[in-house]
Design a binder for this molecule. Structure first.
Ligand code: FAD
Length: 483
C-alpha cells in the first residue's frame, strides 16, 4: 500500500486483486488520496463521491490489468487526470476505483520532420509545447488550462481553447490513439498518416467520450510550425452590442485572427476588482494575430471593421511583455469571477456555443435574462467560435436566489440549443449537462450513443454516471437485458 494509512480498506470491500496487478506504491486506500479524487474542479463539495481506492498505473499493461480485473468484478473505474474538468467528468459517481493517469507522463518520441509527437496520456499540455519548441513547433489547440491539464484529459473532453478560432479543437490535432477498453483489450485507433478513410473512425469516437468508452494511454499528436510574427492587444467598446457585432463581422469577413476573446463589462469590472488594473468597466475584445508575413494588413483590416462598430480604443502591443500586460484581465478571469463577492457563488460554468451569426443575440439574451431576474451573470470566452462562457452568481444561502439562478442557467442552454448550438462547446457533458443531451441530439441519436456504450462497455464499469440522462437518477447504462 502507499504510505497513507490503510484503515478504511476493510470497509470498502475486497480490492485485494489490485495487489496482483500493481505494486504497493501504486495503490492507495488512504483518506486524503480518496478525498483528492472525489471530485474535479467543477464538483461542488456536496456532490463529491469518494472512490474506494486510487490507483496510479505506469504502463498500458497495468491499465489493462486493472480494467480487466475490475470488469470481471463489476467494479467501476473512473479515469482521473489533473482534475481540472468543470462538469464533474472525473468524479467517481459510483465509487469504485479512481484511475489516476498522471504517472504516465513521458514524451515517447518526437518526429519534427513529420510534425508529430508521441506522448503518454498523463503529459501536461504545455509540456508538449516545451518538448517541441526547439524544433520550431507547437501544439495549437491547448485550452486556457493547458499548463494544468493533461493531454489525456483534453482528448477525453475534446478540449479547445483561445486559438481554436484559427486552428481548430484538440480532436483536429490527434492522429492516433492507444486506448484500453473496459475489459482490458488494448486497441490502436487512427493512423500516423494525416488522412485516412480506413474503416470506422474509432479515434474520433474515443475523442470526447469522457473516459466512458476507453482509457487513453498514448497519443500521436499533429504539430504546427510556430508563426514568425505574433501580435496581440485589445479593443475597448462603449457598448456590448457593438463588441459582439464586431466579433461577428471579424469572423464573417475571414480576418486571419488566432484569438478573439470577449469580456463583457460585468466581467471587466470583476477583473478590475481582482487585479486593480484601473481599466474602464467596459466591454472588451482581446485579439491575437499569427502570421509569417502580412500581419500588419490583417491587423489594419480588423481595426477598420472594429472602427465601423464604434470601437473606442484599439490597442496593439509592439512587444511580448506589453502584449501580456494588455491580456492580463483575460488570463486571470476564472479567479476574478470566483473571488468577486464572498457572498455569491457561481453556479455551474456556462459553456454554450452557437453558430457565429447567433453570437450577438446569445450574449444579448443572457444579459437581458440576468437583468430581468436581478442576477449578476458575467459573459466571456472564445467569442470567435461562438462560445459563450457565463457564470450565474447566486447567494447559496438564499434558496429562491439559487432557484432563480438555476432557471436562468437552464434557459440559456435551451435557447442556445434551439438556435442550432450546443450545451457544451468544450467542457463535456459529465454530470452537469446530462439533462440537455436529448434536447440537443434527439432521442434516436442518444439511443445510438447508448448502443455504442453498451457494445464497448456492456457492464458499464468505465466512468459510470456520466453523459446519459438516466444516470442523473443513479442508473447505469447496461445492456437492456440487465436493466
Ligand atoms: C481555469 C480553467 C480554465 C479552463 N479552460 C478551458 C478551456 O479553455 N478549454 C477547455 O476545453 N477546457 C477548459 N477547462 C476545463 C478542463 O481544463 C479541460 O476539460 C481539460 O481537458 C481536463 O483535463 P484534465 O487532465 O484535468 O482531466 P480531468 O479533469 O482529470 O478529466 C476530465 C475527463 O477526462 C477523463 N480522462 C482523463 N484522462 C483520461 C484518459 N487518459 N483516458 C480516458 N479518459 C480520461 C476523465 O474521466 C474525465 O471524464 C478549464 C478548466 C479550468 C479549471
Amino acid at each position: 500500500m502507499a504510505s497513507e494509512a490503510n484503515d478504511e480498506r476493510a470497509a470498502e470491500g475486497d480490492l485485494g486483486f489490485l495487489d496482483d496487478v500493481l505494486n504497493e506504491e501504486q495503490v492507495s486506500f488512504g483518506s486524503s488520496d480518496r478525498d483528492n479524487h472525489a471530485g474535479d474542479w467543477g464538483t461542488p463539495e456536496e456532490r463529491e463521491v469518494r472512490p474506494s481506492a486510487v490507483v496510479w498505473p505506469e504502463s498500458t499493461a497495468e491499465v489493462s490489468g486493472v480494467l480487466e480485473a475490475a470488469n470481471a468484478r463489476d467494479m467501476p473505474v473512473t479515469p482521473y487526470a489533473a482534475g481540472t474538468g468543470l462538469e464533474g467528468n472525473a468524479t467517481p459517481a459510483h465509487g469504485g476505483i479512481s484511475m489516476d493517469l498522471t504517472r504516465m507522463d513521458s514524451v515517447l518520441d518526437r518526429r519534427p520532420e513529420d510534425f508529430q509527437i508521441d506522448v503518454e496520456a498523463g503529459v501536461i499540455g504545455s509540456a508538449v509545447d516545451e518538448a517541441v519548441g526547439g524544433d520550431g513547433l507547437t501544439f495549437p489547440p491547448l485550452p486556457s488550462s493547458g499548463d494544468i491539464s493533461t493531454i489525456g484529459g483534453m482528448i477525453a473532453t475534446d478540449a479547445s481553447g483561445m486559438q481554436t478560432v484559427k486552428y481548430g479543437e484538440v480532436r483536429d490535432w490527434v492522429l492516433e490513439l492507444e486506448a484500453v477498453l473496459a475489459d482490458g483489450t488494448v486497441i490502436t485507433a487512427g493512423s500516423k498518416a494525416v488522412k485516412t478513410s480506413s474503416g470506422y473512425n474509432l479515434k474520433d469516437l474515443l475523442v470526447g467520450s469522457e473516459g466512458t468508452l476507453g482509457v487513453v494511454t498514448r497519443a500521436t499528436l499533429q504539430l504546427a510550425g510556430r508563426p514568425e510574427q505574433i501580435r496581440g492587444g485589445r479593443a475597448i467598446f462603449g457598448d456590448l452590442e457593438d463588441a459582439t457585432a464586431a466579433v461577428f463581422d471579424a469572423v464573417r469577413s475571414g480576418v486571419d485572427v488566432a484569438r478573439i476573446e470577449l469580456l463583457d463589462d460585468t466581467t471587466v469590472a470583476m477583473a478590475n476588482a481582482y487585479l486593480d488594473t484601473g481599466l474602464p468597466d467596459a466591454p472588451m475584445v482581446f485579439l491575437e494575430f499569427h502570421a509569417n508575413h502580412g500581419i500588419e494588413e490583417e491587423i489594419e483590416f480588423c481595426r477598420s471593421l472594429f472602427e465601423a462598430k464604434d470601437v473606442e480604443r484599439f490597442e496593439m502591443a509592439a512587444e511580448k511583455e506589453e502584449m501580456a500586460e494588455l491580456w492580463q484581465a483575460r488570463r486571470e478571469l476564472a479567479y476574478a469571477v470566483d473571488s468577486y463577492d464572498p457572498d455569491l457563488t457561481p453556479l455551474h460554468p456556462g459553456d454554450v456555443t452557437v453558430p457565429i451569426s447567433k453570437y450577438p443575440e446569445t450574449v444579448r439574451y443572457i444579459k437581458e435574462l440576468a437583468a430581468e431576474h436581478g442576477l449578476l451573470v458575467p459573459c466571456f470566452g472564445h467569442a470567435g467560435d461562438g462560445n459563450v462562457h457565463y457564470s450565474v452568481l447566486v447567494d447559496p444561502a438564499d434558496e429562491a436566489d439559487v432557484e432563480r439562478g438555476e432557471a436562468v442557467y437552464g434557459e440559456i442552454v435551451e435557447r442556445a440549443i434551439s438556435w442550432g448550438g450546443t450545451a457544451t462547446g468544450e467542457h463535456g457533458i459529465g454530470q452537469g449537462k446530462r439533462e440537455y443531451l436529448k434536447a440537443e441530439h434527439g432521442p434516436e441519436s442518444v439511443e445510438a450513443m447508448r448502443a455504442v456504450k453498451r457494445a464497448l462497455d456492456p457492464n458499464d464499469t468505465l466512468n459510470p454516471g456520466k453523459i446519459f440522462p438516466e444516470t442523473a437518477e443513479g442508473k447505469r447504462v447496461r445492456a437492456p437485458a440487465d436493466d
